[in-house]
Design a protein around this ligand. Sequence first.
Ligand code: ADP
Ligand code: MG
Length: 235
Amino acid sequence: MINNLSKKYKNILAVNNLNFKINKGKIIGLLGPNGCGKSTTIGMMLGLIKPSQGSVMINGLNIENNRTEVLEKMNFISPYIELPKKLTIEENLKVYGRMYGVKNLKDKIEELIEKFNLVEFKNRKTGELSSGQKNRVSLAKALINDPEILLLDEPTTSLDPDVGDYVRSIIEDFASKKNATILLASHNMNEVERLCDEVMMMKRGQIIDKGISDDLIKKHGRKNLEEVFLKIARG
Ligand code: ADP
Ligand code: MG
């Protein structure tokens, strides 16, 4: 739950008095033009960015004072955190797996490396991978602790359509098997329509509309979510 959350960077009000609640097991899309405050919001939800005002409550705990406890059950993909470049894929997954105290880590790493088609690169340094390959490693890392809550900041932007589609099915599958709660920031409208139960439309640091995508499409008198996005972004 997000209460009156704001972030001011010097004179830029990146997030402006945001309020929302995500129910357990739901996948919520966060849409909005570049610079509207999506990543800042997610960064504050992870305790990576200190809010100027307001609070982030996760499972009833304030993230600022209970970071370790809360983060154990979460995972994420965020542009604020890059995987150590000098470690290989396998080493990176090992480090993160240990940090989260994952049981049967060896099997888990093997499963994820296979799932994300990384077998042939597993001994390559993460800094020497293409952006699409790195992206898949970040996703593998995001699932390493079977998180209850997953915050995904543009998880498929650098993937080709085929891999993007495949990754979407992994996320879909993970969400339904684990009943995970997911916040997904994305510019891919098909992805949002396919994965999300509801979407929040963000503009200039505020949520200006939200709902089930079909309802938003009807309400705005548009043909699809992309047109709703354009209407809101330009309007
Ligand atoms: P989005 O993820 O929706 O593209 P961001 O949350 O990254 O948006 O950025 C929101 C606004 O805050 C933008 O105007 C951006 O320039 C500004 N901003 C983001 N990070 C910083 C920072 N570290 N310092 C100053 N301004 C920032
Ligand atoms: Mg962003």
